[in-house]
Every structure is written in C-alpha cells, then in structure tokens.
Ligand binder design. Structure first.
Ligand code: FE2
Ligand code: FE2
Length: 167
C-alpha cells in the first residue's frame, strides 16, 4: 500500500458522511415540521461521528503525522501550519454547532425563533465545506507530496508510528 492511500484511508468514509450531512441540511430546511425530528436525529448522529471519528483522525495527524513530516520535509511546514489551523477552526465550529443542535433537538424556547435554525444551517454548511476542502488539500497536496518525497524507510517508519498510535 502506498503511503498516500494509507494516510487517506479515513478520508473516503468521511467525505461520504459530509455529503450525507449536506443532504440532511437541505431536508431539514425544506421538508417541514413533520420530518424535523427525524432529520435532526440523523444530523445529531453525524455530529457525533465528526467529533469522535474525525476528531481521532485529526489527533493522529497532529500528534504523529504532522510532526514527522515537519521534521523530514521542512518545506511542508507552512502548509502543515495552515492545515493545523483548519483543525482548530473545525473543532471550534463543531462545538458551536453541537450547542445550536442540542437546543433544536430539545425544542428549547430560544431555538423556536426562526433565526436559530438559520444560524444552525448556516454554520453547519460552513463546517461541511471547511471539512471537504481540508480533506482535499491533504489528499491532493500534503499526502501526495509526502508520498513522492519521503524515502522508503521514512515511509515505513511513519506508517509504523501511526499503527502504533492507533492501537
Ligand atoms: Fe487534517
Ligand atoms: Fe486527514
């Protein structure tokens, strides 16, 4: 297996979930009250996936991959800083989204205001686009460059570290 396909193993599944998330946001806005509960519930499931699974993927990158790549390919440092900032931006917005979602899910008074739904779908759309763009930058630039420039023994060492972390 190439280093690139190894590193992006989680990306395909995450991209599918983001697409599902975007479809549900459209449904939430246009299917009306009768489906609201069911749409919100499914969206809640995806928010948990983003927090847990995507959160884990990002931690492996921050704790193992990014430091390794910075050391072995210093020219990637700027790109890695940018990608790390996107991780922080993702987490910050996801937390805000969880709060907005929780109010909608329990039908709180504040969330009955139409502006609340607007805030939720606006931010949710932003998070979806942020994540999609991020995965693309990593797959198309970072992982590809790493695959091309690292020596074989470095690739093996990196994959070993990641497997060890993931256990
Ligand atoms: Fe990332
Ligand atoms: Fe990634």
């Amino acid at each position: 297996m190439s280093l690139r396909s190894f590193l992006e193993e989680d990306h395909a599944g995450t991209l599918e979930k983001v697409n599902e998330f975007q479809n549900l946001l459209v449904n939430l806005q246009y299917e009306g009250k009768a489906w609201r509960g069911s749409n919100l519930k499914q969206i809640g499931g995806l928010l948990r996936f983003f927090k847990k699974e995507v959160g884990r993927h990002m931690r492996i990158e921050e704790e193992v991959e990014f430091p390794f790549l910075k050391t072995h390919l210093p020219r990637l440092e700027c790109l890695i800083e940018f990608l790390s900032a996107e991780h922080r931006e993702f987490r910050r917005n996801l937390r805000a989204l969880e709060f907005l979602w929780a109010q909608l899910a329990r039908n709180s008074r504040a969330s009955s205001h139409p502006k609340w739904m607007e805030r939720f779908t606006g931010r949710a759309g932003y998070v979806a686009n942020l994540l999609k763009g991020h995965l693309q930058e990593e797959s198309k630039i970072l992982y590809r460059v790493a695959d091309r420039l690292l020596r074989n023994e470095e690739k093996r060492a990196l994959m070993k570290k990641i497997r060890r972390w993931a256990k």
